[in-house]
Ligand binder design. Structure first.
Ligand SMILES: Cc1cc2nc3c(=O)[nH]c(=O)nc-3n(C[C@H](O)[C@H](O)[C@H](O)COP(=O)(O)OP(=O)(O)OC[C@H]3O[C@@H](n4cnc5c(N)ncnc54)[C@H](O)[C@@H]3O)c2cc1C
Length: 637
């Protein structure tokens, strides 16, 4: 029997929370109709369980777009006391900024965090499914603590302060992926009829020698032989150039151009790779430098004698700096850490630390199953408050010693005052809400374009069809969701990912919106527009269609087996990172102050700028580092 919280109606309509007998309005609709005091959310307000279209959900972005387009509002005083700090954006950077500010300014610091979504965490969002009284979690966005051993002292220190103990974590979770391998499940590639002429799942990608794998795929002999040649031929494809010149040439050439034009492979060989770096760059392979592919271990370079990147290049840059750092260093230390709801665990730990009444417990284990009390987030009595469903439309220095911040909740605008403001929102909105931004800084803030991607969680009643097929993840080069997989098999406190294939589990499916043939930024722009025009029903259709075609032969039945779908769309996803195909090479390979992210993040009076955009790095440690810098700029000022 399906839990009522994941009913069919939820699939179609997304979240529908019952506010009072006879009403079934979303919190945003209720606020807009003045049925709900924005500071007093109803006790059953619990966004993590909402289904349908999440991520940048309806109601979260419209006001920002209107502000961008010049709409003005008449604001009234919110009636709040003067804060020490107002933070715009309740993602990991904004929450970390509040944490650092309070730590340095003292426990009496009064802080307000304002976010336009109905939940805190920004990209680090939690999706909670319930079935037969059991909770099943998945990340709605920010997935993992990538390369935790490379986190800065600041970022690693914050995680430690919050109770994230890597030693304890890995004691239980070293086998999060090997557990599937031990069951005989590997990686598969699904060749679809539309792209390859027939539907076929081939198992063993990455495990079998390429020849053995590709021979089972529905591709022409020419494609098969070229793919084998690409992997196995050890040839210098750029004879006459020395090692440095080769690196330089491959820096300015896409991997696609290298494979097709230099190695002279059939263009269809690219199907093997087309989707494999989407999770990092959200662009086609024609916008990814060949040298990134080489430095990440992609085939074709074995006979080329190219110098490796220096081991300490970009040692201070957050995340894996994909393709821009020495491979050995990238994989040094602990592996990536996953929590069942992704880095929403970090957001929840931050909120519990800032507002202790918001959730019970005190460990990294118990936060996973804790129920956050959303009605405790924005109380007068709190020193730290989190105000959701509110979009900041104006931030202005007043008289040199305070800042006024105006936000819109529902149809009404309110102003609050503070000594300091941290803008932990996205760079591109800043010039539209802070009119003091000088033109050159405004251009720098507008330079990067965030990438559009969608993470979909699908609760299924059992995963026997996966076991039968022998796969734990599937890449689908021609599919709407090019990446589909079982979640990491985790055990944290009372929470355990299903280990019995007869039990329900949440699948993770990803979609990326991009357009080959354009610059990276243009691929993101076109992709974002297409994403916003894609309704939930299209996502649902492709979830059902792909799972049925890939796993139907081993027993999957979408009507019977799918219990819930949550689509997290992120039109403004990863922070833009520099790429030598389209940006100056030194922006990609150094931390020069010439980079737009540095010019853009300069303090404006008592307004400082955080967010991972300020580091041009799409990683959690970037979000935390930038929060720390922004707070210190204010406290030192
Ligand atoms: C799908 C996805 C997967 C990811 N996976 C990983 C991963 O595995 N590991 C990793 O390290 N990083 C990952 N990232 C990168 C992620 O962006 C960072 O790790 C981090 O979560 C960013 O935090 P942030 O606070 O800087 O930005 P955000 O999380 O974007 O938070 C900013 C918040 O400000 C809000 N805001 C914007 N404008 C306004 C306004 N005017 N008024 C009020 N609020 C506003 C936004 O809506 C948002 O809620 C992922 C990102 C996405 C989108």
């Amino acid at each position: 029997m399906t839990d009522p919280r994941i009913s069919r109606r939820d699939f179609v309509n997304g979240c529908a929370l019952s506010l009072a007998a006879g009403t079934s309005l979303s919190p945003l609709e209720a606020i807009a109709q003045d049925l709900l005091d924005p500071g007093a959310l109803p006790p059953d307000y619990y966004p993590p369980t909402s289904q349908g279209m999440r991520g940048s959900h309806e109601g979260s972005f419209e006001v920002a777009h209107e502000a961008r387009d010049g709409k003005t509002w008449r604001a009234v005083d919110a009636g709040d006391p003067t804060y020490d700090l107002v933070v715009v954006g309740g993602g990991l950077s904004g929450l970390a900024a509040a944490y650092f500010y309070r730590k340095q300014a003292g426990p009496d610091a009064r802080i307000l965090i304002i976010d336009n979504h109905d939940d805190f965490g920004g990209h680090a969002k939690r999706n909670e499914f319930w079935h037969d009284g059991r909770m099943h979690l998945v990340n709605g966005g920010t997935l993992n603590v990538e390369a935790p051993s490379q986190y800065s002292t600041i970022a690693a220190g914050l995680l430690w302060d919050l109770g994230i103990d890597r030693g304890r974590y890995f004691e239980k979770n070293r086998g999060m992926w090997s557990r599937y391998r031990d069951m005989g499940l590997g990686r598969g590639m699904f060749f679809d009829e539309e792209t390859f002429g027939e539907d076929r799942l081939v198992v063993g990608w990455g495990d079998l020698p390429i020849g053995e794998f590709i021979r089972q795929a529905p591709v022409s002999d020419e494609v098969m032989l070229d793919a084998i040649r690409l992997y196995e031929e050890k040839k210098d494809y750029l004879p006459g150039l020395n090692a440095a010149e080769k690196r330089q040439t491959l820096t300015r050439m896409s991997y696609r151009d290298f494979v097709v034009n230099i190695v002279d492979c059939h263009p269809d060989v690219m199907h093997l790779f087309d989707t494999s770096l989407l999770g990092y760059f959200v662009t086609a392979m024609d916008a990814i430098p060949a040298i990134y592919a080489r430095d990440m271990g992609y085939p074709g370079f074995d006979g080329m004698q190219i110098d490796d990147l220096p081991p300490n290049l970009l040692a201070d840059v957050p995340g894996g700096a994909h393709g821009r750092e020495n491979l050995e260093r990238a994989h040094a230390g602990d592996p990536d850490m996953y929590f069942p709801d992704g880095n929403a665990t970090i957001a929840r730990l931050l909120v519990r630390s800032l507002i202790p009444d918001a959730a019970d417990g005190g460990t990294m284990e118990d936060i996973v199953t804790a129920k956050v009390r959303y009605d405790q987030l924005d109380l007068d009595a709190n020193k730290v408050r989190v105000r959701l469903n509110s979009t900041v439309i104006d931030v202005a220095n007043v008289g040199g010693d305070r800042v006024e911040t105006t936000y819109v909740t529902g149809d009404s605008a309110y102003t609050v005052r503070s000594r300091d403001v941290v803008l932990a929102c996205w760079n591109t909105i800043i010039p539209h809400i802070c009119r003091e931004v000088p033109p050159e800084q405004g251009l720098a803030l507008s330079y990067g374009r965030k990438s559009p991607l969608v993470y979909t969680g699908v609760l299924i009643s059992n995963w026997q069809s996966w076991v039968e097929a022998g796969v734990s993840s599937v890449r689908a080069p021609g599919g709407f969701h090019p990446s589909i997989g079982l979640p990491p098999s985790l055990e944290i406190g009372d929470y355990q990912t299903s280990r019995d294939p007869a039990e329900p589990i949440v699948l993770r499916m990803s979609t990326y919106f991009y357009e080959p043939g354009h610059s990276r930024r243009e691929q993101h722009r076109i992709g974002r527009n297409r994403m916003l025009a894609t309704p939930f029903s299209t996502f649902e259709h492709h979830v059902r269609d792909q799972l049925s075609r890939i796993l139907g032969p081993t027993g999957f039945d979408d009507e019977r087996d799918i219990l819930g779908i949550t689509v997290n769309r992120w039109p403004h996803g990863y922070a833009y990172s520099y790429n030598p195909l389209f940006d100056p090479e030194e922006w990609a390979y150094s931390t020069t102050d010439e980079r737009p992210c540095v010019i853009g993040r300069q303090r404006i009076g008592r307004i400082a700028i955080a967010n991972s955009d300020a580091a041009a790095s799409s990683h959690t440690d970037a979000a935390i580092n930038e929060a720390y810098r922004a707070v210190n700029e204010l406290l030192d000022a």
